[in-house]
Ligand binder design. Structure first.
Ligand code: AHR
Length: 506
């Protein structure tokens, strides 16, 4: 193993933007065991009187999740939200066409709102623009947000929720560009439906914020033209455009896998450019921000999922078990989101519990934190603040799909607090699988600051995972700090790192 050198410069005045707390969102879909036996399991030893698993809720609080998108995902495009309200014994069991399971509807909208309070998160609801349309979207906003005196607001009160749910953030459907979507639409069809839904929803409650569907990934054949057409219709009616992206290492080519964030970066820049082009064409004063509301690594469970019998209830579905290299990529995706925080205001790794998730639970049993839990937890905690632009000097490599990939990438977040200068946190990844990096970050405008901690995720086995039996197999650990101020930080090959600086009194 060679030790190569890398440098960065961060200046207190070179500020890229402030992170919106909703950048650290998440996602719970009616899919697999995300809801049933994930967040909700009446009779579980940790369940409260509402059936919410408090062991799961405790880890979600520890993880630092801000908003949770619900109820889908692909599921929402066939969902009748009224199936999930009212007395449980009257709720229908339905065949569910996104994932070919049976939805029992024992957990629905009102339970989700109650659960949000238990888990300390805010709701981000999605409406069905697949099998349903603007009228149902209007009705659900009326149910959630009007105080009383109308059919749906009174129905909510009759269902035991006198006070409005006050849901501010709404997604106008899900991945409507995808042929797999229930009632997939062309960009024209979706643009029209989303515009009309948006008008009705905002007429019921002008304070709601709306997310229009962008592309399901950068590789969609309609990418670009989809955003353009959808925004032509919706521009003045919505606030955010969504982005989704999953990466995989099916090819077992780690250098190429870790270079995926180059594409993520281009994706964000591309979508922002299209938003701005439409803005210019429309002579609009409004800027559309981005909601990266599905992102993660997803592939480990693909083969297993093909064996699930149709019409199962809450099967083990999309239960990816994440390894060390996945955690490094997730940490890297978070760095990418931080660097674009002036434009990306909302982001939700998909998903939160059991389904391509940082938290895994066993029915009637225990819980463990996956490898990807940790970079999220630390970024959600120390990544809230002012992001500084960085200039980096790093060795580069070429991979199958990417050229000139820097081994090092990093983001800096400054958290001024009250009267004090506050802490500065650097998040950095070494993508090289072979070489360590001796990294010297130069901090300008941070006189008197000293490194107080270096936390890393690294290890000899990039495929190492956590499990119920070995929940702490892959965890972050504290590394020794450099002896002298001029010495660099040693970033091991294939590692995610967090280095904290504080102003030390003279
Ligand atoms: O998160 C899993 C699925 O991925 C979601 O339901 C869908 O929106 C995406 O294709």
């Amino acid at each position: 193993m060679d030790i190569l050198r890398a440098e960065s410069l961060f200046h207190r005045e070179f500020q890229a933007g402030k992170t919106d707390p909703r950048l650290f969102g998440s996602f719970v879909e009616h899919l697999g065991r995300a809801v049933y036996t994930g967040i909700y399991e009446p009779g579980h030893p940790s369940a409260d009187e509402k059936g919410f698993r408090l062991d799961t809720a405790r880890l979600i609080r520890e993880l630092g999740v801000s908003v949770v998108r619900y109820p889908g995902g692909n599921f929402v495009s066939g969902y009748n939200w009224e199936d999930g309200i009212g007395p449980r014994e009257k709720r229908p069991r339905r065949p569910e066409l996104a994932w070919f399971t049976v939805e029992t509807n024992q957990f629905g909208l009102d339970e989700f709102i109650d659960w949000c309070r238990t888990a300390g998160v805010s709701p981000m609801m999605a409406v069905n623009l697949g099998t349903k349309g603007p009228e149902e979207a209007r009705q659900i906003v009326e149910y959630c947000n009007l105080p009383s005196g109308t059919y749906y607001s009174d129905l909510r009160a009759a269902n035991g929720h006198k006070d409005p749910h006050g849901v501010k953030l709404w997604c106008l459907g899900n991945e409507m560009d995808g042929p797999w979507q229930i009632c997939h639409k062309t960009a024209e069809e979706y643009g029209r439906a989303a515009t009309e839904a948006a008008k009705l929803m905002k007429w019921v409650d002008p304070s709601v914020e709306l997310v229009a569907c962008g592309s399901s990934s950068l590789t969609m054949p309609t990418f670009g033209s989809w955003e353009n057409t959808v925004l032509e219709h919706t521009y003045e009616h919505v606030d955010y455009l969504s982005m989704h992206q999953y990466y995989n290492n099916r090819a077992q080519d780690t250098p190429d896998f870790l270079a995926s964030t180059v594409a993520m970066d281009e994706f964000i820049r591309g979508v922002a450019s299209i938003c701005d082009a439409v803005k210019a064409r429309k002579h609009s004063k409004k800027t559309i921000h981005l909601s990266f509301d599905e992102w993660n690594v997803w592939y480990h469970s693909n083969e297993q999922d093909k064996k699930i019998p149709r019409w199962s209830v809450a099967p083990h579905q999309l239960e990816d078990i994440y390894n060390l290299e996945d955690a490094v990529l997730v940490g890297y995706m978070l760095i990418t989101l931080l660097r674009h925080s002036h434009r990306v205001k909302i982001a939700c790794p998909a998903q939160l519990v059991n389904v391509i998730a940082p938290i895994m639970t066993a029915e009637c049993g225990g819980i463990f934190r996956q490898t990807i839990y940790y970079p999220f937890m630390y970024t959600a905690k120390y990544g809230r603040g002012t992001v500084l632009e960085g200039i980096h000097e790093s060795p580069k490599y070429d991979s199958r799909h990417y050229t000139d990939v820097p081994m090092l990438d990093a983001a800096a977040v400054w958290q001024p607090s009250g009267e004090t200068d506050g802490a500065l946190t650097l998040f950095a990844v070494n993508r090289s699988t072979e070489n360590a990096l001796l990294w010297k970050p130069r901090l300008e405008g941070f006189e008197g600051y000293r490194a107080v901690g270096h936390t890393a995720m690294e290890g000899p086995d990039r495929y190492a995972v956590n499990s119920f039996e070995s929940p702490k197999n892959v965890v972050p650990f504290r590394k020794p700090l450099p002896a002298g101020e001029e010495d660099g930080f040693l970033l091991s090959p294939l590692s995610w790192n967090m280095i904290r600086f504080e102003k030390v009194p003279e």
